[in-house]
Design a protein around this ligand. Structure first.
Ligand SMILES: NC(=O)c1ccc[n+]([C@@H]2O[C@H](COP(=O)([O-])OP(=O)(O)OC[C@H]3O[C@@H](n4cnc5c(N)ncnc54)[C@H](OP(=O)(O)O)[C@@H]3O)[C@@H](O)[C@H]2O)c1
Length: 278
C-alpha cells in the first residue's frame, strides 16, 4: 500500500467519501500519500474531512459536492477532475431501500438503481479509458453480500450489487490486459451511519457480526492488484459462498428472504396487497 502514488498516479477520487466506508478509504489512501478528490452531496462535511486529512497526512484534497442521483453529475465530476493526475477511482457511494418491493416508492428505487449501478459503471468506463491510455490505474467497486443471492425485501439493492459483482469481475479481466487493476469488494453488514440510521430495518438482527468500515477499506486496498474480488470477513465469506454455491438458488433466496424479513421493523413488514395507485 506504500507505493500507491507511484503505481497509479497522484490523485484518488472517492465517492461517498464523507461517511462510513468511503471516509475510511479516504483516510487510508491519504495515509499512503495519495491526494484526494472527495465526493458527496454535503459540502461542509467534505470540507471538514479535507481539512483534517490535509493537516494529518500533508496531502492535497478537493471537495466536489454533487448529487449523483442527478443527470449530468458524472460529467460534472469528470470536468472538475480533468486537470488532475487521477490514478484511482472508488465509486463507493451507495444507498438502499428496505421493505416489500410493492410498498416501496418507485422513484426511490430508481435512485437506488442509478447510484449503485449506472453511476459506478459510468465512472469505471470514463476513468477506465483514461487509465488504459496511460497504461496504469486502479478502480475499486463496492458490492455487498446481499448481491450473492436474490434478496427479498432488499430486492432492488441486492440485484444492483449482483450487477456490480458481475460487471467488476468481467472488467477485471478486460482491464488487467491494459495495466489497470480492478477489484470488487464485498462487505457484509458494516457499522456505518447508513446502517445505524437505516429506515425500516435493523441490520443488527442479522446473524452475522458487523464489520468495522476501517477493515473493509483495509481488506480492499490490500487485495487491489492481487485479485478481482474479495469478501470481507469469515462469516461474510460463508454467507457469500452459501448464496452462490452451497445452496440451490430457490433455497438461498428463501434463506435470504427469511433472514432479511426478520431484520425488518415490525411496521415495515407490510405484505398486504397494495391499493392500486398508492
Ligand atoms: N454499511 C454496510 O453494511 C454495507 C454493506 C455492504 C455494502 N455497502 C456498500 O458500501 C458503500 C458505502 O456504504 P456506507 O454504509 O459507508 O454508506 P454511508 O455511511 O451512508 O455513506 C454514504 C456516502 O455516500 C454519499 N452519498 C449518498 N447519496 C449520494 C448521492 N446521491 N450523491 C453523492 N453522494 C451520495 C453520502 O454523503 P451525502 O449524504 O452527503 O451525499 C456518504 O458520503 C455503499 O455502496 C454500500 O452499498 C455497505
Amino acid at each position: 500500500m506504500n507505493n500507491l502514488p507511484q503505481r497509479y498516479g497522484e490523485y484518488a477520487v472517492v465517492t461517498g467519501a464523507s461517511s462510513g466506508i468511503g471516509e475510511q478509504f479516504a483516510h487510508q489512501l491519504a495515509a499512503s500519500g495519495l491526494h484526494l478528490v472527495l465526493v458527496a452531496r454535503g459540502k461542509d462535511r467534505l470540507d471538514a474531512l479535507g481539512k483534517e486529512l490535509t493537516s494529518r497526512y500533508r496531502i492535497r484534497t478537493e471537495s466536489v459536492a454533487v448529487d449523483l442521483f442527478a443527470d449530468g453529475a458524472v460529467d460534472e465530476l469528470l470536468r472538475r477532475t480533468e486537470h488532475l493526475d487521477v490514478g484511482m477511482v472508488i465509486p463507493n457511494a451507495g444507498n438502499f431501500v428496505a421493505g416489500a418491493f410493492l410498498h416501496n416508492d418507485l422513484a426511490a428505487e430508481l435512485d437506488v438503481l442509478k447510484l449503485n449501478t449506472s453511476v459506478p459503471m459510468q465512472l469505471a468506463h470514463e476513468y477506465g479509458r483514461r487509465f488504459a491510455d496511460r497504461g496504469r490505474g486502479a478502480i475499486i467497486l463496492v458490492s455487498s453480500t446481499v448481491g450473492a443471492a436474490p434478496a427479498p425485501y432488499l430486492a432492488n439493492y441486492g440485484a444492483a450489487k449482483a450487477y456490480i459483482l458481475s460487471l467488476g469481475q468481467a472488467l477485471n479481466l478486460e482491464y488487467r490486459k491494459l495495466g489497470v487493476d480492478l477489484l470488487v469488494v464485498t462487505p457484509g453488514p458494516t457499522a456505518t451511519p447508513a446502517v445505524a440510521n437505516a429506515d425500516g430495518i435493523d441490520f443488527r438482527r442479522l446473524p452475522v457480526p458487523m464489520s468495522a468500515p476501517e477493515k473493509v477499506a483495509r481488506v480492499a486496498l490490500r487485495n487491489l492488484g492481487r485479485r478481482g474480488h474479495v469478501v470481507v470477513g469469515t462469516p461474510n465469506k460463508f454467507m457469500d459462498l452459501m448464496g452462490k454455491f452451497l445452496m440451490p438458488r430457490p433455497v438461498s433466496t428463501k434463506v435470504y428472504g427469511w433472514l432479511i424479513f426478520r431484520a425488518l421493523d415490525e411496521d415495515n413488514r407490510v405484505l398486504t396487497r397494495p391499493v392500486r395507485g398508492a
